[in-house]
Design a protein around this ligand. Structure first.
Ligand code: TYD
Length: 138
């Protein structure tokens, strides 16, 4: 899975600046932005996939780990750079682990919040994923 997006850094002597625009650095129209911060030690978040939603996550401060699982392949990405985004495609199970106390995880999403778009059960995810990939789920 190739899920990282590198953002150009527009820096000058004063410091750094990264810009994220819909259909440019971010490959969809942004409908929602949220951010996760102050995550307690030992806490992991996520543990779901989305039926349709596309998201890009950026760790703008600190670090955390992002596990992505497309039903065939799992990858763990260390997120520790405000110049790198991680694309969370539709039908990708994701979990966030190992948040540093200063971690701020910014997420840009392609649609408004919709609980009906969530798949929160891993077995449901693998079944649906198999059906989509053309294999008949047992
Ligand atoms: P949840 O999806 O469980 O967070 P995570 O996947 O990061 O662990 O969301 C936590 C709560 O916040 C849950 O009650 C739903 C709510 N929520 C919204 O109302 N709008 C949103 O855009 C998001 C992401 C969550």
């Amino acid at each position: 899975m190739s899920n990282t997006i590198q953002f150009p850094m527009l820096g000058d002597a004063r410091g750094s600046l990264v810009v994220l625009e819909a259909q440019k650095q971010i490959p969809f129209d942004i409908q929602r932005v949220y951010y996760i911060f102050g995550t307690q030690e030992g806490i992991a978040r996520g543990f779901h996939a989305h039926k349709e939603l596309l998201q890009v996550a950026v760790c703008v401060s600190g670090q955390c780990k992002m596990l992505l699982d497309n039903g065939n392949e799992k990858t763990v990405i260390t997120m520790d750079s405000p110049t790198h985004g991680v694309l969370i495609d539709r039908m990708v199970w994701h979990e966030m682990h190992d948040f540093s106390s200063d971690c701020v995880l910014l997420v840009l999403a392609s649609a408004h919040y919709d609980e009906a778009d969530y798949i929160r059960n891993y077995d449901d995810f693998t079944s649906l994923s198999s059906i989509e990939k053309g294999r008949i789920s047992e």
